[in-house]
Design a protein around this ligand. Sequence first.
Ligand code: PLP
Length: 366
Amino acid sequence: MPFKDYVNDLKPYVAQAPVERLQSELGIAKIHKLASNEGAFGPVPAARAALSEDLDLDELRRYPDSAAPELRAKIAALNGLAPENVVLGNGADELIRLAALSVLETGDNGVFPWPSFPTYVAACATTGAEARPVNLTDEWQIDFEALHAAVFPSTRIVFICNPNNPTGQLAPRETVREFIAALPPHVLCVLDEAYAEYASGDDEPEGPQLIREGVPNLLVLRTFSKIYGLAGLRIGYGFGSPEVVAAVDRMRSIFNVNALAQRAALASLDSQAEVWNRVEHVKQARTQLLKYLSLAGHKPLASRANFVFAEVGGRGSGADVERELLKLGVAVRELSGFGAPGAFRVTCGSDEENAFFGAAIDRLAG
Ligand SMILES: Cc1ncc(COP(=O)(O)O)c(C=O)c1O
């Protein structure tokens, strides 16, 4: 076979099946999907208009604008940065992989807290490098000391997810700053802030501020998939110094962000009031989910993202809970692939979905 050994060894990513497929496979008329941390609401009204009445379908015969200057300029301006500080990706997921590709090769390694987002493992593995997970503390917090100790001369990249998926925990600003400042210059730090909007407050993630201050070797990631409800269109963005942005940008395919995604993203950015409403909704939903989970005997963590992590109370694994809840019409995520087989994660949905989950988890508790 012509494939590299490490390519033959890669494990395929098992994504959650779309809800329609789950429904037809299981013969259940309606499944409430609270499994993939998608936003509870779809595109904001301005993005809906950009994708429907304002769209000239004939334009789709053209390739998208590869450089997307208008969108990059708008994202930059909203964050007090220049367009040269902004790189666009086919989701933040692609940017994680491009960052890894731009620094890693066989013999190198990438370091990240664990449990965390499984793409960090895949991003290292697809370059032939070693993925080195560093356990969270017993309280499910990032162990920054251990993370620092895991950085070797062979380490080229460190991923930090903040708030962390799947735990929903937010790392203190000062600790993140000090950790990044202490990294040696041969290491790129990827600060994945895919859920930053949901963590709004005085201590919210400050990735863009670090870039404004000129912190080198740092790539901060954000996405339109969550708060803006555009996961199906695939668009995310990164902030970095012009050097970091240019390097990651050189690794992408020319038309990595399609024309519809660019249109919808541009229109979304004018909807800050709608974003705040969504953040407020998630804050209430988190409280509600936390209550349902505790009452059912599980051990949830207070979250700063749009999902809640819970250790399974009593016997059984996260997979058991996922399987049983599915029979009752709710899809949650068991977390063996994230490094937490004894836990599961519930995404904040609409009021109706959250109430349905509450009734189902209560029924399961018997
Ligand atoms: C921490 C984290 N980073 C990145 C992503 C990927 O986001 P996108 O849809 O923009 O690729 C996700 C998606 O779930 C995520 O949880």
